[in-house]
Design a protein. Sequence first.
Length: 404
Amino acid sequence: MTEQRRFNRAGLILNPVFQYLEEEDRYLSRRNRPKYRFNLIGAGIIGQEHIRVTLLEGRATIHGVYDPNPRSIIAAQREAQKYDPDLNLVIYDSLDAVCNDPAVDGLIVCTPNSTHIDVIHTVAAAGKHILLEKPIATTVQDAFTIMQLAMQHRAVFQVGLQYRFKPQYSEALYEILERKTIGQVKTIGMAEHRMPFLDKVGQWNKFADYSGDTLVEKCCHYFDLINRIAQNRPKTVYAVGSAAVNFADFEREGRRSDILDNGMVIITYENGVTANFNLCMFAPMFYEELVVCGDLGRIKTTEHEDFLPHNRPVTQMEIATVDDRPSRMTQPMYPALIQHSGHQGGTYVEHVEFVDQIAGKPSRAASAEEGFWAIVVGAAAQASIATGAPIVINDYLEQMGLML
């Protein structure tokens, strides 16, 4: 039963109807003994999501957690026991301790963005498998340093760009890159319209110094997807944006929020592909859209949660092709337990890929190099907004002393 698909069994394992059974009476609902142990560094919203999907996926467990915020520790323990009532997390009192426990195989880093550059040196020195949440850093220079560190790391080093595993994007990537359904990609368009940034410990996501600003912190997901579809390096980036609505009266410790809440980005690639991205963070909904046009057709995907009383499908994909190629409309999704576990199931699948990599299998997960290029586009867009001019990527990197 060890190779039975995880998501087909998770509902049986967690179903309270079967809680009366002794362990020896379980077969389909038996919880397999996890092969790997992970420690969690940072137990906020996304850290708790990583606890949830690790335990759902089943081949690993969360051994312990480190977070200087006591309430985050309480929340992490509560989340873990929802999925494994007998699990008592080890609580560490330092970064060194959580990284260097010999009982642990991997480390999941979910600390605030600006801490990644310092934290990752201690994490990498432990020599364990690493899953580093996005963005890998808040600046291009720090992202480059982490990419170099990752290239020297002998264990798995994966970046948490899980949007590529959301069902609609996973299907679109397969159709575009594997099946070549729309032929040669020519243009890429993405949009995200959503509510403002949520509350965080210390409200670090309201300040550009701590987050990298909005086009780095939030939009690295989309730039990763665009880069992956373009299959090439960005050549130029031009952007406009502002702080139009959100957090106009927000202050903390005498500082006013200084992050963007909207932007429009145009990217050209060295192979001639062009792309655009449209962000609005004061919309009363969560909406994402991807439109890719090739010489043989078009793919459009959407994710839509608008809080209105109707039964609109959350995720959809449309494929329109020319001549004798079939067109179709679908609703990509995962089983409900996985779909609702976080990011439409993307974080769960990211963990499948993480454990597969540890087991020596091929992976579709984001590398540190891909994480770096997502930061390059986001940071260049921020620079373009600041200067009002297009950014030539080679010149931009050369000015930083980064020759790639």
